[in-house]
Design a protein around this ligand. Sequence first.
Ligand code: PEP
Ligand code: MN
Length: 368
Amino acid sequence: MDEPSPRTETMDEPPATLIAGPCSAETREQVLETALQLASIGVTHYRASLWKPRTRPGSFEGVGLSGLAWLQEVRQRTHMQVGTELCLPEQAQPLIDGGIDFIWLGARTVSSPHTIDRIAEALRGSSISVFVKNPISPDTSLWLGAIERLKARGVDRVSAVLRGCTPVQPTRLRNYPHWTMATQLKQLYSDRFAGEQISVLLDPSHIAGDAQLVESICMAGRLYPIDGWMIETHAHPTEAWTDAAQQLTPQQLQRLIDRLYHTAPGEEDLLAPLRYQMQDLDDMIIDLLSERQTIARQIGLFKRKHGLTPFQESAYRASAHRYAYRAAEVGLESSFALQLYELIHQSSVRLQQAMMQQTPTEELPRQE
Ligand code: PEP
Ligand code: MN
């Protein structure tokens, strides 16, 4: 493995913190190889999780303290600051004694006030830098609460990281960005701590869940008060033991850094994430229409069994009225909603008319 060569061209001193490194520390070789490549492109803060809180049991949960020596070696050989995720109070002292420069508290941990209290107690009076990720739900108070619990124990070097929240419906992005949480947190923090400011980093990797979408999330983040980035980077992303789909190679990170530091975002950069959200909503509309068709088919079975006609004037009128009323309630034009209903309704009637011609092999599901 080569030692990092000094950078030949000068990059503007980044105005923001950039933390990069793999999702998990897997082996000494993987930690070192990724770190040396990152150091050679000018990264100053290296991350790798020793512990991995997994949603479900049975997958890789981190190498634990045995990987501490690898991070120490990275620190000694590259002079980068090194950090890892802290999940439990008993992990605090070995990390502090081991010379770890920064830790972060993950989204799942931040969602648990008692755990945060114990971690804050274990860190009491420490000058280690702590990055607090937002909780998995879009609850800015819970996020602030974790920060307050740390500050109440004299842990003062605290920053925040926006990593998005679990979406209600599956979407193109792994986590919904909830950009305004960054603005809200800054305001709440400043109100709570007499005008003091807190830095908020952006973690585009966990928002995107896909390496190809990381750049557009970073670009969109420029519309919000973001003070830096935490970006998952792995020398061989496709072989990563965790979060393989979302990690960049150091070369990809370098191109992204160059764009972030040296290029103003284009209109497309800012529009792309909005387009993903729009496409997700369009997908949901299609899914809902398909679900609606399933119900229309069940109604068709009932009508066939009881000799009713597909078109029923009173049900049609009641639904049309509901569409117009509901649309107006949420700021849509009633006439647009009525046209939409007309199309949807006609499609159901056509389906049921076709069913009337068929031999009744399909039975109406029994109501429990
Ligand atoms: C991570 O940074 O690797 C991680 C697991 O983050 P989060 O807590 O945001 O899911
Ligand atoms: Mn990860």
